[in-house]
Design a protein around this ligand. Sequence first.
Ligand SMILES: Cc1cc2nc3c(=O)[nH]c(=O)nc-3n(C[C@H](O)[C@H](O)[C@H](O)COP(=O)(O)OP(=O)(O)OC[C@H]3O[C@@H](n4cnc5c(N)ncnc54)[C@H](O)[C@@H]3O)c2cc1C
Length: 408
Amino acid sequence: MDFTMSARQTEWRNRVIAFMDKHVRPAAPIYKEQDAKGDRWKVIPVLEDLKKKAKAEGLWNMFMPPNEHEDDEFRGAGLTNLEYAPLAEQMGHFYWASEVFNCSAPDTGNMEVFMRYGTKEQKRQWLKPLMNGEIRSAFLMTEPAVASSDATNIETSIKRDGDHYVINGRKWWSSGAGDPRCKIAILMGKTDPTAARHQQQSQILVPLDTPGITIEKMLPVFGFDDAPHGHAQILLENVRVPASNILLGEGRGFEIAQGRLGPGRIHHCMRTIGAAEEALEKMVKRLSSRTAFGKKIIEQSVWEQRIGEARTNIEMTRLLCLKAADMMDKVGNKAAQTEIAMIKVAAPNVALKIIDDAIQAFGAAGVSDEAGLAKSYAGIRTLRLADGPDEVHNRAIARLELRKYSNH
Ligand SMILES: Cc1cc2nc3c(=O)[nH]c(=O)nc-3n(C[C@H](O)[C@H](O)[C@H](O)COP(=O)(O)OP(=O)(O)OC[C@H]3O[C@@H](n4cnc5c(N)ncnc54)[C@H](O)[C@@H]3O)c2cc1C
């Protein structure tokens, strides 16, 4: 085991840190101001400016793994998961920063789907503008009517009709669908309800301007609308798309879902560690600057305990995250399943405790929008649900653990 960063990793990390310090951090108040002004569902100008700068510096599509298909037309930065991990962590210091580098969800997962499973034509039509940061995308799986953490429950129907498929159903928590640049959705639904459980579902491309699509409402997270990205509830009524929009073929939805979520989950975890670091820094600075009951608040031993635990937990979580990333590179996403599940549960829980302590350290300012902590808490809290709730991942971990002792 070698815990030192490679020269390449260090170089990329330093470049991202320099960009964050020089461009992103100073732009945070501008982002906040532009976000607050006027329409909620709009393009935020400072973000577009930052995207141009990042692209010009080659800090672009860094999440995209080395191109397995050797297709030059669709090549990202070519970093491994292990090389990308520390970069995503840096982006996680601001909830909107990953988009600056064209590394934000759900586009990253969707781009990987196009990369792995799309036809050349589908790649040209959708992957290219996504890679250029010109459009955005959504992933439509979860449904209000069923427990969607078990994806076999998904009910939206996808029926073949001549040269087309016709889609009917209601989706919700379709992240990113509020953005005016969001043009394409990857939808999961049932093509054959009579097939074997894991062969009933398929994934299909649905351009969001197709007739029959209605955004019924946007769903807030603890009162935050997460604009301009947002989370939509979408009704699909007799939505007709060409038969060629099906990905990989009928009944292969689960196979695609498996491929999609490995890297996507771990990107969230890496960014979550960045959010925890940001909260810890704010906590320490705030406590060092205020006095109560005759001494600096930070000198109260309870804060030493909280800060000590926070640092230890961040280090443990980062190591687990890097281990999962390394395994994905070396033995593949499937073999790294348990590590991915472990970090998927650990990262948000660790970060939430730290953010909660930081909120406490700020007093009442912590629960307002003054310190950015309330928004951070709300965002990270959703990660105990999004991409599957903690219980489902713990179940997978526990099952492997039980198997170890099944002979006894
Ligand atoms: C902010 C946010 C963004 C999201 N973005 C997207 C998106 O872009 N696209 C998309 O398709 N979905 C998205 N989701 C939806 C998310 O993936 C689902 O909410 C999640 O999979 C859980 O499904 P559910 O809400 O239907 O909960 P349910 O399946 O109804 O589960 C409810 C609860 O039951 C418990 N539970 C479930 N299974 C077990 C078990 N085996 N053992 C013990 N307890 C269990 C858990 O506590 C779970 O939280 C998003 C969600 C949020 C909050």
